[in-house]
Ligand binder design. Sequence first.
Ligand SMILES: Nc1ncnc2c1ncn2[C@@H]1O[C@H](COP(=O)(O)OP(=O)(O)OP(=O)(O)O)[C@@H](O)[C@H]1O
Length: 242
Amino acid sequence: MIIVRNLSKSFPPDSRVLQRLSFQADEGELVTLLGASGSGKTTLFRCLMLQEKWDEGQYIYEGNDITKAGFSEKLKLRKQWAYLEEKPKLNPKKSALKNVLSALLFRKSWVRFLTGTVSEDDHLEAMDYLDRVGLLDKAHEPVEKLSGGEKQRVAVCKAMIKGARVIFADEPVSGLDPEAASRVMEDLQSICRKHKLLVFCSLHQIELAEKYGSRIWGLSGGKLVIDIAGRRLTQREKELIF
Ligand SMILES: Nc1ncnc2c1ncn2[C@@H]1O[C@H](COP(=O)(O)OP(=O)(O)OP(=O)(O)O)[C@@H](O)[C@H]1O
């Protein structure tokens, strides 16, 4: 699904963050990305979402070379990609349902997006997604009254309903208690498997990366120092990353 060859990224004047990264990642994979603070996890995601200019490298997405994608191609691609942040961008005053519906309208026509016209089918689809992440009973609650984990699950719903094929989850469980963090990771794992999405998830917690990643990457010194199938990391592997 994604093939990257020799991706390098630096910031002026001389901060070389990513150095000649090469990898392939496919649908149905949940890639957990570990790395110390400042190792370049967010920068890698931003490069893969074409929000940062690459210094060098080649980017193949679904068989097409998108290294030099123009503005309109980038817009189309961005509809297939979703970014989940530590603090999800949601409208706090609106209900969970309305937040999810706003992503559904994004997928439909511009007229409906601008007028906010919602059909009964849209409504049912949004409720169905909320049900899948166990939030049916909170559908009408304003988002500001939801817990951190529930907010993150609304954001996961938005990504799914938008029709995202690749999800970049950037430390989505930071600040959540262990139970809420596990629930968010279970949702990501489940949508990844059921909908054959490609999910990249950066984490600071090694145990979560080991438990939920079908693949584990470790980023250090601008390089992918670990790229293995999901399993317990050895002490040596941990030392390579941190
Ligand atoms: N726009 C920018 N301009 C200059 N330097 C930047 C910019 N964005 C990131 N950096 C630098 O790139 C390095 C990697 O940052 P990045 O945010 O990707 O790390 P991270 O692994 O996501 O960190 P954290 O775990 O703390 O979120 C840092 O040294 C950061 O200061």
